[in-house]
Structure formats: C-alpha cells, structure tokens
Design a protein around this ligand. Structure first.
Ligand code: DX5
Ligand code: ZN
Length: 219
C-alpha cells in the first residue's frame, strides 16, 4: 500500500434539500471521491436515490463519483448511472444477477468496476473477478442505512484482501464502508484499507467541520 489514503464521503448523510451545495462543499473540503449510496427497497430495506439525482449534481465537482449500487437486478440500470456521470460503479455479488456480465458492462463504458461484499459474504467471492476489478468494497455494516455500528469482523476481511491484492493485483483499491469513526479509523488503516467511506462521521459538526473530519479520517 503506497498510495495516500482516500476519503469518499457518503452523501446519504447529507442535507438532500441542498445536495448540489453539499457535493461542492465536500470537494472543497478535500474529499477524494463522492460516495453515492443507491438503494432500491428490494436488495436492501431502504430507498435512496437514482441516476437522475446523480446527474443533477454531477457538474458541481470534477472529483470522481463512487457509486455503490445496492440494487437487484443490476444490469438494466448500469447504462443510466454511466450516463449520469458515475466514475466508479460497485455492485453486490449477493444480488441475483450475472455479476461477470455486469462487470463487463461497466468496464465497456471505461468506468471503474467494484465488488461490494456484505458482512456475511466470504472475501473469496472476489477471486474469480480480480483481473477485471478496480476496487473492492468491504461492508462493515449490513447495507441499507447510514449511522450503523461498525462490525469488527470486517478488519480480518480487510487484512486478507490486503494481502491478496498486494500479492497479485496491487492496482485494486480496497474500500471500507459503514460505521467508520475516529475511534476505529486507526485499526481500519492498519488492516489495509486505502479508501474510506464515511457518512455520519464526515457530516458531524456541520459544513465548517467537513475539511477537519476528512483530514482526520486519513489517519
Ligand atoms: C450503507 C452504505 C454506507 C453508509 C455509510 O448501506 O453503503 O455507505 O451510508 O454511512 P455511515 O458512515 O454513516 O455508516
Ligand atoms: Zn456505500
């Protein structure tokens, strides 16, 4: 792990009534990516936002949009998220869709592809796809809601994936998503994550604290 730690604030925790301003403020505060949590009320028990929302705020910054699709099916919606301006699209292997086909479709648009793995999913599920992946997202909460408690078993998964990535696919980024805070960030960085998603923690204290919160998450 040689690159600098990246922070990808989740706009799920932002004020949706001024989403464009929030995106601009996060970029100004030093965010590396904008993490967009897309929930369909079927794969996860919550509904958040779709491609039209992404499109409406995409021009507020030039930093990459890191789109996390918690949806099933996946394939019918990929083109729309690409058109809306996604730079990275992560999907879940737990969905009942053809994962390889979905990854190929994402990559065919020159968009980066990721797999996000749930707390109950073995890390080895990524192995058949390593040659095609740009990012692996370890979920440290059961997806569906922001503000949940970090599941410590994710640390072991991070360590095993860090080793695998370093050994054979060092360009793959390793992202942690869910329940990250100032108390657990040190152990998360030690375990080898290099992209940190943070919703609640980024937004704590309001806009004046965004830059400070983001900087503190870099360790
Ligand atoms: C959970 C989402 C996460 C979450 C992060 O389903 O994928 O991105 O919103 O929010 P915090 O940091 O509040 O756990
Ligand atoms: Zn997410």
């Amino acid at each position: 792990m040689t690159n600098k730690i990246k922070v990808s604030p989740s706009i799920l925790a932002s004020d949706f009534s001024k989403l464009g301003e929030e995106v601009a403020a996060l970029a100004k505060a030093g965010a590396d990516y904008i993490h967009v949590d897309v929930m369909d009320g079927h794969f996860v028990p919550n509904i958040s936002m779709g491609p039209s929302v992404v499109k409406s705020v995409r021009d507020r910054t030039s930093i990459p949009f890191d789109v996390h699709l918690m949806i099933d099916p996946i394939e019918p919606y990929i083109d729309e998220f690409v058109k809306a301006g996604a730079d990275i699209i992560s999907i879940h292997p737990e969905a009942n869709d053809n994962i390889e086909k979905c990854i190929d479709k994402i990559k065919s648009h020159n968009v980066k592809a990721g797999l996000a793995i749930n707390p109950d999913t073995k890390w080895e599920v990524v192995l058949p796809f390593l040659d095609k992946l740009d990012i692996i997202v370890v979920m440290s909460v059961h997806p569906g809601f922001g503000g949940q408690k970090f599941i410590p078993a994710a640390l072991e998964k991070l360590k095993l994936l860090r080793k695998k990535i370093d050994d054979s696919h060092p360009h793959i980024e390793l992202e942690i998503d869910g329940g990250v805070n100032f108390e657990n960030i040190e152990s998360i960085l030690e375990a080898g994550a290099d992209v940190i998603v943070a919703g609640t923690t980024t937004f704590t204290g309001g806009e004046k604290e965004y830059a400070n919160n983001i900087a503190k998450l870099r360790g």
